[in-house]
Every structure is written in C-alpha cells, then in structure tokens.
Design a protein around this ligand. Structure first.
Ligand code: GDR
Length: 323
C-alpha cells in the first residue's frame, strides 16, 4: 500500500524538494497551503510536481484549518516545515513568528493526537536554537541559547514536539537542521542573495552587493540532501531528535569569494558593508556534528559548499539572462 504524507510549508524550498522525494517514492502527497494572491507554487513547478499534489487550504496559525487538513488527508506522515523562516524578519514580526513557528506546531500535534495518533510527525527544528553556542561543535546534547524571536519560537516548537512524544507516545521526531541552501532558496537568505547578485553583476545589471556581518560563520549544506534525512527519521522504529549538518563551517566572506571567483570576479570590488543588514543580536558561528544521524539513520551529506554555491550561481546566471 502506498503511503500518504501531509506537508506544511509545501511551497518553500524544503517543501518542494521533500514533495519530489516522496512522490518519487510513490507517496500520495498533500500540502497545507495558505491562499495568496501572488504565485507561491513556482518551486513546485520548477521540480515538475505542482500538478501531482493534493492541496488543502489552510494556515498553521489557524487550528481549525490544520485539523481539517489532517482529517481530510488521513496522513501516515506529517512533515511540519511551515514557518516564518527568515531570522531577520522575526524582530519585525515577533508575534506572527511566535504564533506560526511556535503555537502552529501545537496546532498540528493536537490535531494528530486527537484524530490520528498513529501518524508519524516530523518537526523542522533549527540550528538557530543553539544561537550563542555552548559547545564548539553542536550536537543533540548541546544546551540551547536562541538569539532571535525566530530561534525562541522554534525552541518552543522543538520542546512541544519532545513533550508530545513523551506525554502521549506520539511518533514525533525533531530534525535540528543547520543551514541548507539550493537554487530554490528565497532571495532574502544570504547565499541566494549573493549568487543572484553575482549573476547580475556579471551580466552588467547590478554593480554592488550590500551585506551585513560577513564574518558570521555557518555550516551550509544542500537542501536536497537534507530532506532525505527528514524522511529517514520517520522510517525509524523509534522517534528521536537528530542534528543534520555537514560538520564544516565557513564565513559569509569565504562563501562570497567562492561565488564571485567562479565567474572571475573579486568580491572585494563589489561587496559593500551596510549596517542595515546587521541583526540586533547575531549568531556568530554554527558548526554541527551529524555523527548520530550518520550512525542511526545512515545519513551523510553528499554536496560540498563549493559545488552547491557554483550550482546556485549557474542557475542564477540562466535566470537573470532571461529577464
Ligand atoms: P540564517 O540564514 O539566519 O542562518 O537562518 P541567513 O542566510 O539569513 O543568514 C546567514 C548569516 O549571514 C549573515 N548575513 C546576512 N544574511 C542575510 N540574510 N542578508 C545579508 O545581507 C547578510 N549579511 C550577512 C547573517 O547575519 C547570518 O549570520 C537560516 C534560515 O533558513 C532559518 O530559517 C534556518 O532555521 C537556519 O538557516 C538554519
């Protein structure tokens, strides 16, 4: 028998890659999607999966719509990827971020507990929960210290997942994913902001790139590799929490150098530091230890940062040329 999955955040980067992965495995894929006047399905079209998904109108902030989606879809697996996911915006919209990224998780867990307790649940947790890091390499036992309203809301989402697992015996797992990127990344995130600018500068459509703290360090992987880890977590007999990372950390500055030098440009000729893009509180460095995921899930990252950034520049060069 084929399985059914319900994905929240379906129209985002991870939602699109995960939908493709599950469809390729023979799943019936459902998505909870908020109705918007703008086009939100371009990533699904890009991966050729748009017409193969069953859409449910709804929003994580609205508990009744979440319940309705669970009752209609009858999913075997729920992947809760929906969130206000841009850290920078979370200072401007702390309440929306808290409702969607925090309470939204409880809306889904409650729907599962009440109507379909056999459903397996995946929560998209984040390395932002480590924030002001308490260990040089962060793993499942590292204490949390979030540094943004986003990180704080996600920490609530993480602990309520753990709590429902322990309180009600739900098969609920939390993936603590470090930064993961792709050509489908939103333009507000720094990798895509850089690769898009590189393509524009190379084609004479832009001259400079304004960035904030380029000394920040991140552990960047490829989103396509990371959605595989989400699926693997729900195939285990026992629910658990896993850090998903590459184990390599790189500065934003070095990431810029990789992107610009790929098209024979020097980032120093184009990058301008602009205080507007600094955050009220910064996460200076993140470096994950994915040893448990390797051991238990048999998962390891397949794509290194250079290959990833170059593939993003290639995609942006093509897209910008068509504009
Ligand atoms: P992050 O991703 O906050 O780590 O969260 P982002 O790419 O936005 O920032 C990474 C680092 O780059 C620095 N930076 C800039 N960032 C942006 N966006 N724009 C700039 O101009 C800029 N200049 C420097 C930032 O200060 C930061 O240190 C991402 C999101 O996908 C989260 O949803 C997810 O949970 C985590 O990754 C893991």
């Amino acid at each position: 028998m084929y399985k059914k999955a319900l994905i929240t955040g379906l129209t985002g980067q991870d939602g699109a890659y995960l939908a493709k992965l599950l469809l390729d495995k023979g799943y019936e894929v459902h998505g909870l999607v908020a109705r918007r006047s703008t086009d939100t399905r371009w990533r699904l079209r890009e991966l050729g999966v748009d017409s193969r998904i069953v859409y449910h109108d709804g929003d994580l902030a609205d508990a009744s719509s979440v319940q309705r989606a669970v009752l209609k879809a009858c999913p075997d697996e729920v992947y809760n990827l929906g969130a206000q996911s841009f850290v920078g915006s979370s200072w401007d919209q702390p309440i929306t971020t808290g409702i969607v990224d925090g309470l939204g998780v409880t809306h889904m867990l409650e729907a599962i507990r009440q109507f379909r307790p056999q459903t397996r649940f995946y929560q998209a947790s984040t390395s932002e929960m480590f924030g002001l890091i308490q260990a040089e390499r962060q793993d499942e036992n590292t204490p949390f210290y979030p540094r943004s309203p986003y990180g704080v809301a996600k920490l609530y989402g993480h602990w309520i997942t753990v709590n429902y697992r322990e309180s009600f015996g739900l098969h609920a797992s939390s993936g603590i994913l470090f930064n993961h990127e792709s050509p489908l990344r939103g333009i507000e995130f720094v990798t895509r902001k850089v690769t898009d600018a590189v393509a524009r500068i190379k084609q004479g459509k832009q001259r400079e790139l304004r960035l904030g703290n380029i000394d920040a360090q991140r552990d960047w992987g490829f989103a396509g590799d990371y959605v595989e880890a989400m699926w693997l977590m729900l195939q285990q007999d026992k629910p658990d929490d896993f850090v998903i990372a590459t184990g390599v950390t790189t500065t934003v500055r070095e990431m810029c150098r990789i992107a610009f030098s790929y098209v024979e440009l020097d980032y120093q000729d184009h990058v301008v530091i602009d205080p507007e893009f600094f955050r009220p509180a910064e996460v200076e460095v993140l470096l994950g230890n994915p040893a448990k995921a390797e051991r238990v899930l048999g998962w390891s990252p397949k794509t290194n940062l250079k290959t990833l950034i170059q593939s993003m520049v290639d995609a942006d060069l093509k897209r910008v040329a068509k504009e």
